[in-house]
Write a protein that binds this ligand. Sequence first.
Ligand SMILES: Cc1cc2nc3c(=O)[nH]c(=O)nc-3n(C[C@H](O)[C@H](O)[C@H](O)COP(=O)(O)O)c2cc1C
Ligand SMILES: C=C(O[C@@H]1CC(C(=O)O)=C[C@@H](OP(=O)(O)O)[C@H]1O)C(=O)O
Length: 371
Amino acid sequence: MSSTWGETVRISIFGESHGIAIGVVIDGLPAGEPIDMDAVLAQMKRRAPGQDKSATPRKESDFPKVMSGLLNHTTTGAPLCAVIENTNTRSQDYGNLLDVPRPGHSDYPAYLHYHGFNDIRGGGHFSGRLTAPLVFAGAICRQILERRGIRIGGHVASVAQIQDTLFDPVDIPAELLETLSTTYFPVIDAGKKEAMAALIEDARMSQDSVGGIVECAVTGLPAGIGGPLFGGIEPVLSSILFGIPAVKGVEFGDGFGSCALRGSQNNDPFYFDADGKVKTSTNHAGGILGGITTGMPMVFRVGVKPTASISQNQQSVNLQTGENQILSVHGRHDPCIVPRAVPVVESAAAIALMNFDGILTGGKSEGGWRA
Ligand SMILES: Cc1cc2nc3c(=O)[nH]c(=O)nc-3n(C[C@H](O)[C@H](O)[C@H](O)COP(=O)(O)O)c2cc1C
Ligand SMILES: C=C(O[C@@H]1CC(C(=O)O)=C[C@@H](OP(=O)(O)O)[C@H]1O)C(=O)O
C-alpha cells in the first residue's frame, strides 16, 4: 500500500490536504520510551506552512492530537495514532483543476488512476501537507534514536545555483547537528541564507518557483547495520525519501560525483584510531558499504524539484472539452519547498533507521526484519 511504509516500525499516513484532518498510525514502536512532546512540536513547527515569504502563506497550527499509544508521555507499545486538523483551506483555488490539470503536479495522472474521483482540493492525498504526519512520526523515532546516541541533522545544501557549505563527512560535530536540527531553514554557512531567501523571493515575484538540495547527516550509527541487496541502508532509505512529494533524486556519499573518480581516489582508506576503532580517513562512501554502515557518519543528499504550482500562464489541456487551454494556477504555494523539506528528510531517515535490526541495541541482532 502506497501510504503505508515500513515493517518493524510501520507508518500509515491518512487524510487529504483540504479534508477534516490528516494523521498517522505508527505500529511497532518499542514500549517504555519517554516522549518529549515539546520537542515533537518543535519539529512540526520547522515544517509547518506560513513561516515566511519563502513558504506558502497557508497558516496551520499543525498541532497533533495523540489518540492512542502514549500514556504518561511514554510509549505503550500499542499503535500510536496522531491526528492533525486542517483549519485553513481555500478549496475554491482548485475548482478548475480536475478539468484543467496543473503541469508538474499530480492532477493529471491522479485523474487517470482514480478515474476522476480523487480529491483535487489542495492536491488531496498527494499534497506536501501529508508530510506533517511524517514529521510527527519522525520526531517520535528520532527521540528513541537520540537516546542511543544517534543524531540526525540536515541543511539547505542549495537553492537553485546558490550553494551552502557541505558537511565534512569525516567530522560532523554533535553541536552542528543539534543546531541544524532545531532551526527553520538551516544552513551551515550563515552568509548563504540571505542570498537563498532573496533568490526565492525573486522567483516568487516572477510568479515562478525554484528547487534545490537537502543534505542530511546521521552520526552515532553502530557499524554493521543494514544488509545486502534490497534490504540495505541505501535502498530502504531511498524508498521512503522518494515518497516525499517533489523529491527527484537521492545520493549517498559522493553519489554521482564518485562516478567521475578513479578507484584510488574514491576508496576510503581504513585505519585504527587511538581507541582501536576502525575508521576511514575519507568518507566518499557516505558511511555505507555493501548497504551496511561502516561506523563513519552517514551522509546523503536529496534533490527537490521547483514547485509545480506557479501562477504565470502555462500550457495545459481541458479534459472535458478536449481542447488545449492556458492555465494560471491560483492559491497559496511554496515558491521553494527546500527549506521546509529539511525536517521532512530528517524525519524520513529516522523512521527508516528504526526498521533496521540492531539499531536500538548498538548493532547486536534482535532477530528482527533486516538481516
Ligand atoms: C513540504 C512540501 C510542500 C509542498 N508545497 C507545494 C506547494 O505549495 N505547491 C505545489 O505545487 N507543490 C508543493 N509540493 C510538492 C507537491 O506536493 C508535489 O510536487 C506533487 O504532489 C507531485 O508529486 P511529485 O513532484 O513527487 O511528482 C510540496 C511538497 C512538500 C514536501
Ligand atoms: C498546506 C501545506 O502545504 C501545501 C502543499 C501543497 C502541495 O501541492 O503539495 C499546496 C499548498 O496547499 P494549499 O493550496 O491548500 O495552501 C500548500 O500550502 C503544508 O505543507 O502543510
